[in-house]
Design a protein around this ligand. Structure first.
Ligand SMILES: Cc1ncc(COP(=O)(O)O)c(C=O)c1O
Length: 412
């Protein structure tokens, strides 16, 4: 067996940094950005690139134009959902404990109680059961995240919400290409949010709010846009029209340059998907039979969302810890093998113990909850990029070779 690079052996790959850049800035993207810069750096309505981007995004999800509203970020869009639904201090929302913080932080900011739910240890996602386990009388809504691209079981979650008369929100930031029962994620909930910050479809920074119900859509426009756009898109006969000049008090629109990148990306969505799916298949096949690490695949009724390629580390089959395994892979030159640090159990963060949004910023006592599924998933999780561009085969092959070499060394 060749020695590990960390122990003085040869590195498996020596590709220079960065190993993952997204999107690829080719001549056509450069032109799209420059053309837009000459046209306009800021649009007050959706008659230009913002409208073009929204139409393309709606079509990408199989929706009608006008069922999505672009925003400055995924966080801003999640913030808007709480207001659109009329959540207020005293209300609670069921949310995943294992997610990126912005799935829940905008609710906490508003003094809404976030009730954290456990995850399925094999997917990292909440289930109808893990939501039901934390149900309490003041819960008015549920938000789920399709973690790392794996779709949540949306039929049972939608049924749970219908049974308890709860609004259903989807955070699809990791799951642009995911489906459940062949229906795109983002089309199951009353409202859904896609961050487009460095995701499978990216605009640099940006967020998309899916609001299929016209009444919710009007509110989405009002919570993101004032005057020109709101007046153009809300019928004078609507009860919401009197707010069109001011909006609801915030301005959350995205940049035109971001929208130009989004239009460019969406025009290539089929290619991005095919390429990433091919990488996922290669990765899944290559790891078949590896005792130390296993690919995280979508459940039978789901389709992977292609944000990253996720792995589960099996500590019982290895002579090292998950973190040491990652370190050994990085030493082999697989620099983006990663045990994520910023997406993790957020349930014990002091932000979520606050109830009064106007109280001074002193931490309130935290009451930890037992989340065995979350711990099992996050302590074993490793990810690598899904890439999705010409020339990535070498990187994927190199990463798979590094994972195989380290696995062979550490397998018990
Ligand atoms: C699951 C999830 N939700 C929400 C967000 C927040 O989106 P943004 O960074 O666009 O504000 C992110 C961003 O990384 C995310 O991963």
């Amino acid at each position: 067996m060749t020695a590990l690079a960390a122990h003085g052996g040869p590195m498996t790959l020596e590709a220079p940094r960065p190993h993952y850049q997204w999107p690829i800035i080719d001549a056509s993207l450069e032109k799209a950005i420059l053309d837009q810069a000459h046209r306009s750096l800021s649009d007050r309505d959706a008659t230009g690139i913002i409208g073009e981007y929204e139409q393309a995004f709606a079509a990408f999800l199989g929706l009608q134009p006008g069922q999505v509203v672009s925003m400055a970020s995924g966080t801003a869009a999640i913030h808007a959902t709480g207001h659109i639904l009329g959540l207020r201090p005293g209300d609670a929302i069921l949310a995943p404990a294992y997610t990126f913080l912005a799935t829940a932080s905008p609710f906490a900011f508003e003094g809404i109680e976030v009730v954290f739910c456990d995850a399925d240890p094999t997917t990292g996602n909440v289930s109808a059961q893990s939501l039901a386990d934390r149900m309490q009388p003041n819960v008015k809504a549920v938000i789920v995240t399709h973690m790392w691209g794996i779709p949540c079981p949306m039929d049972e979650i939608a049924a749970f919400c219908a049974e308890h008369d709860l609004a259903l929100l989807e955070d699809c930031s990791h799951a642009h290409f995911a489906r459940w029962d062949d229906r795109p994620v983002g089309t199951w909930g009353d409202l859904a949010v896609f961050s487009t910050n460095q995701k499978a479809i990216t605009t640099g920074e940006g967020g998309m709010l899916v609001a299929r119900d016209p009444r919710l859509r009007e509110l989405a426009v009002l919570f993101a846009h004032y005057n020109k756009r709101s007046r153009a898109e809300i019928a004078p006969s609507s009860a919401h029209f009197p707010f069109a000049f001011t909006g609801m008090g915030l301005k959350e629109r995205m940049t035109t340059l971001g929208a130009a990148i989004g239009v460019h990306q969406l025009a290539r969505a089929a290619h991005i998907e095919a390429h990433r799916r091919h990488n996922l298949d290669t990765f899944t096949k290559a790891l078949d039979g590896n005792p130390v690490i296993a690919p995280i695949v979508a459940p039978e009724r789901g389709t992977h969302g292609l944000y990253v390629l996720g792995l589960r580390f099996n500590p019982d089959q290895a002579s090292v810890t998950r973190d040491e395994f990652v370190r050994l892979c990085v030493a082999e030159g697989a620099l983006d093998v990663d045990a994520p640090g910023s997406t993790r159990d957020i349930s014990a963060e002091p932000l979520f113990a606050r109830r009064d949004p106007h109280a001074s910023w002193t931490p309130a006592p935290i009451h930890p909850v037992d989340l065995p599924g979350v711990s099992a998933f996050q302590d074993a999780f490793i990810k690598i990029p899904a890439w999705g561009y010409s020339g990535d085969e070498e990187l994927l092959d190199g990463y798979l070779a590094a994972l195989a070499k380290v696995s062979e060394h550490v397998a018990r």
